[in-house]
Design a protein around this ligand. Structure first.
Ligand SMILES: *Cc1c(COP(=O)(O)O)cnc(C)c1O
Length: 350
């Protein structure tokens, strides 16, 4: 086998990681025999039931190939083209989905809210809703929240309750982009229902890829009426997998074993440790509270270049434009140590 160009564990994205063992085992099992196509198989039925158990409610579950599709199609099902969706200005649906939400919803407009640490505040939502109420402005219909956020913070239960109240007051449906839902769950150490349907979430994009799956996210409708015809929407958008079991079976692996939560907790712990180390380096300051698996730091441009020159990959274009170090289920203490050796050496040589 040829070695990959990225042979060490990097900190660029949780997407760099491989498939976690629990998902891999389930995937291999699903591949061992034959199964019905297009989601009519036992693995898919079981994965849906495990997701229902996980959220402790009867919900409608679909699988999509990626987060962009899951978010866009979920949001399109919540609004008409003349509606608008309120989100944070750093939201993935705004900054990283190439206009897919607008495309799949036939033009629904995103209305952007500022807010500290990647979070939308109830006040900002209210301000946007009340800014214009005339016929010439797209009517606010959805509030989209990212949990955990694009900058590695987490909405607390109280914050979600306050947002739910304002959403109810103004008749907004609530979508949650949970590309890193597992990290939020591990961070809050609560049950999944408490921060979803009990917190007013109508539909959740439940992230699998970054959690250790080979590919795929689930779309979970807690408000089942909104799921009407969603299967057709998926099919039309090219999101109905013929060999659906390979999208669904890995969920069985990570839910039956609690790996979904435990491996996210591990990634969070790694990020906390990395943050502790980074903040001791002269010239480096943390930009946001580290509440999930991301560490955002401010550091001199020359230091960024020097660390990259030593072979490390990390992003500087996400969120507020600072350096982002991402941990994942496979991050090891040695990876953090190796990075820190280079960071310290590079900082000392400046
Ligand atoms: C990674 C991510 C997604 C999904 O991105 P895809 O590349 O489309 O799978 C969605 N939302 C957030 C916040 C993400 O970080």
């Amino acid at each position: 086998m040829r070695s990959s160009p990225v042979s060490k564990n990097q900190f660029a994205s949780d997407n760099y990681s491989g498939i976690c063992p629990e998902a891999m085992e389930a995937l291999a099992m699903a591949s061992a025999g034959f199964a019905n196509a297009y989601g009519e198989d036992d693995y898919t039925a079981k994965a849906c039931n495990l997701i229902r158990d996980f959220f402790e409610t009867d919900c409608e579950v679909f699988f999509a190939f990626n987060g962009t599709a899951a978010n866009s199609l979920a949001l399109a099902s919540l609004c008409q083209s003349y509606h608008s969706i309120i989100s944070h200005e750093l939201a993935h649906i705004e900054t990283d989905e190439c206009g897919a939400v607008e495309f799949f919803s036939n033009g629904t407009k995103l209305l952007l809210a500022p807010g500290a640490n990647g979070k939308v505040s109830p006040e900002a939502v209210e301000q946007i809703v009340l800014k214009r109420t005339d016929i010439h402005y797209p009517k606010p219909r959805v509030l989209s929240l990212t949990q955990s956020t694009e900058v590695g913070t987490v909405y607390s239960k109280d914050e979600l309750a306050a947002l739910k109240a304002v959403a109810n007051q103004y008749g907004l449906r609530v979508h949650m982009d949970g590309a890193r839902f597992g990290n939020a769950l591990a961070s809050l150490n609560c049950s999944a229902k408490e921060i979803t349907w009990q917190a007013g979430v109508d539909v959740l994009t439940l992230g699998g890829t970054k959690a250790g799956l080979p590919v795929g996210e689930a779309v979970v409708f807690f408000n089942k009426e909104l799921a009407e015809d969603f299967g057709y929407r998926c099919k039309q958008a090219g999101q109905l997998a013929s060999k659906m079991r390979f999208l669904s079976a890995p969920w069985i692996g990570i839910l039956e074993t609690d790996a979904f939560r435990n491996r996210a907790a591990h990634a969070n712990k790694c990020a906390a440790r990395l943050a502790q180390e980074l903040r001791t380096v002269t010239g480096i300051t943390l930009v946001h509270p580290v509440q999930a698996n991301a560490v955002f730091v401010q550091m001199p441009e020359a230091l960024i270049d020097a660390i990259k020159q030593r072979g490390w990959h990390f992003y500087t274009f996400i969120g507020s434009g600072h350096a982002r170090f991402m941990c994942n289920w496979a991050t090891q203490p040695e990876d953090i140590e190796a990075l820190m050796v280079d960071v310290r050496e590079a900082a000392a040589a400046l």
